[in-house]
Design a protein around this ligand. Structure first.
Ligand SMILES: [Zn+2]
Length: 527
């Protein structure tokens, strides 16, 4: 765009004219230093700020035109403008076109702030053909209007890929990133990030040993365990996510809210199930091959596994497109259950126990590293345990004293390899006061005791009655042989006679009764 080489004289005059213009307009220093350069050059270099440039272009152009008219004896340079190869008109300055394009771009950027779909300016191919003519007066305004009309825009957006697969389109990167953050937030909202987890844990421990210990011990007995402290260590997507700027078609842009739902749920078809007779939670889980946890999670109204025929269960299984893995540090105060310590006590009858002291649970601070997938724990690792207050053991005395002839209160079956042939209760219109047993022929004492009776009894034939000296007595009937004597102490399991069919009996068996405080009882309740 250099001026014609032959016009050295004209150029000199032009330079002088420009100096005048410059003084008049008092341009900034940068402008002034370039005084020797022809106007179009430094106008082209002077790009920002645009408004100032445009004003300057107008002002300079106006003054320039006036000066030129005076100096150049009516000979002017102007340009033919070609947009994308098409003639658009004539213009007095190339910068007017550049300014128009720049201005259009700016307006578009501003408009983009408020629209659902963003548009970019398709870069036009602009060519200028330099012309010179006497008294040329190009219609700048009309040419600029035509250039403006030939400018084109196209929709742009951001594509969201998960593991290389396109899952959605949003208007811009900011929207995409906000969406991804929101998916992460869904599982980390209640967690505070841990800047320096180790330091935090140590300071927490130190704090609880001075001053905090009294109240925490006081709480130990009650069921008011403080909520665990959770601190976020890391959060990330299981899948590879990429956000890519792209040319799109305007109707591709999605509502971020819908896209969010799809990312976190996979938009599954709802599945309902009506409880049938005989159903239970585990049965349904097994029958329909869904995890039990899903049933509980989707149907929080279920209490104590109680479901009724006709209840409708939501069994919809979400298949998130984006899975969030979080690692967190969980610090929990846990009870330490007291150890049980037995002490032998020779004052206490063998088989009996007595609690000497209940003991007291202790408290410990346990730190775990918990990995969760979409909020559900998948891994838990215990990192440290700090005992805040040790547990006090529970002490139980255990009797060692053996007293002959006193029962333990617990009965053993008097026959080995036994089979019960007749039960306690009504039989043939009469009360059957015991049970009939067959099996090994040796009859054993059902518990420790003293023989109260050994001999013949009406109906029972050869019979033995043992007084266990604790309110219980046992009766053994129909024996073929009696091996003990009245007043003799017997031990539980000791053979006291041989099975037979004496007395009112139709076959070899043992008739066995248990009496408690003088009343006959069903032996089956004690064996
Ligand atoms: Zn009987």
């Amino acid at each position: 765009m250099a001026l014609a080489p032959e016009s050295g004289r004209i150029r000199e005059k032009l330079v002088r004219a420009v100096s005048r213009v410059r003084r008049k307009l008092s341009f900034p220093g940068r402008f002034r230093r370039r005084g020797g350069v022809p106007i179009p050059r430094f106008l082209r270099d002077f790009r920002v700020p645009l408004a100032a440039t445009l004003a300057a272009v107008a002002a300079v152009a106006g003054t320039y035109l006036a000066a030129e008219q005076h100096v150049l004896a009516e000979t002017r340079t102007y340009y033919k403008v070609l947009v994308n190869g098409q003639f658009a008109g004539e213009i007095s300055s190339r910068e007017l076109v550049a300014g128009l394009i720049e201005d259009t771009r700016k307006r578009l950027e501003e408009a983009n702030l408020h629209t659902k779909v963003r548009y970019a300016l398709r870069e036009p191919e602009i060519a200028f053909l330099s012309e010179k003519a006497y008294k040329a007066e190009p219609d700048d305004e009309e040419t600029l209007r035509r250039v403006a009309a030939s400018l084109e825009t196209y929709p742009v957006g951001v594509k969201l890929f998960i593991d290389g697969k396109l899952v959605g389109v949003v208007r811009d990167e900011q929207t995409a990133n906000a969406l991804l953050e929101r998916v992460k937030d869904r599982y980390t909202n209640d967690l505070e990030p841990a800047a320096k987890p180790e330091v935090r844990v140590l300071s927490f421990q130190a704090g609880s040993t001075d001053g905090g210990s009294d109240s925490s011990v006081g709480n130990a007995g009650e069921d008011t365990e403080p909520a665990p402290e959770r601190r976020l260590l890391s959060v990330g997507f299981v899948e590879t996510v990429s956000v890519v700027q792209a040319v799109i078609s305007a109707d591709e842009v999605q509502d971020p809210e819908e896209l969010y739902e799809m990312l976190v749920t996979g938009d599954p078809a709802p599945v309902k199930y009506t409880v049938q007779p005989g159903d239970c939670i585990s049965c349904i889980a097994q029958k329909l091959n869904v995890p039990k946890e899903l049933i509980y999670r989707n149907n929080p109204w279920i209490q104590n596994d109680l479901i009724r025929v006709g209840d409708e269960l939501d069994l919809t299984q979400e298949k998130p497109l984006l899975n969030v893995e979080t690692a967190e540090l969980v610090t929990r105060t846990e009870a330490i259950q007291p150890q049980v310590v037995y002490q032998d006590d020779n004052q206490l009858i063998k088989g009996q126990t007595k609690v000497i002291s209940q003991g007291k649970p202790g408290e410990q601070l346990v730190t775990y590293r918990v990995v969760r997938l979409n909020g559900q724990p998948v891994e838990e690792e215990q990192l440290s345990v700090q005992v805040l207050s040790p547990a006090v053991p529970k002490i139980i005395a255990r009797g060692t004293k053996v007293v002959r002839g006193v029962g333990t209160g617990k009965f053993a079956m008097p026959v080995l390899n036994y089979r019960i042939t007749s039960n306690f209760g009504q039989r043939w219109g009469r009360q059957h006061k015991g049970i009939d047993i067959i099996g090994n022929k040796n009859i054993m004492a059902a518990d420790n005791g003293v023989v109260e009776f050994a001999g013949k009894k009406n109906g029972l034939g050869n019979a033995i009655i043992i007084d266990h000296q604790n309110g219980f007595k046992t009766v053994y009937g129909h024996l073929s042989k009696i091996s003990v004597k009245k007043g003799q102490a017997v031990e539980k399991g000791q053979v006291i006679g041989i099975m037979g069919s004496t007395g009112n009996s139709t076959g070899v068996h043992l008739h066995f009764e248990i009496h408690k405080n003088g009343k006959v009882k069903n032996p089956k309740d004690y064996l």
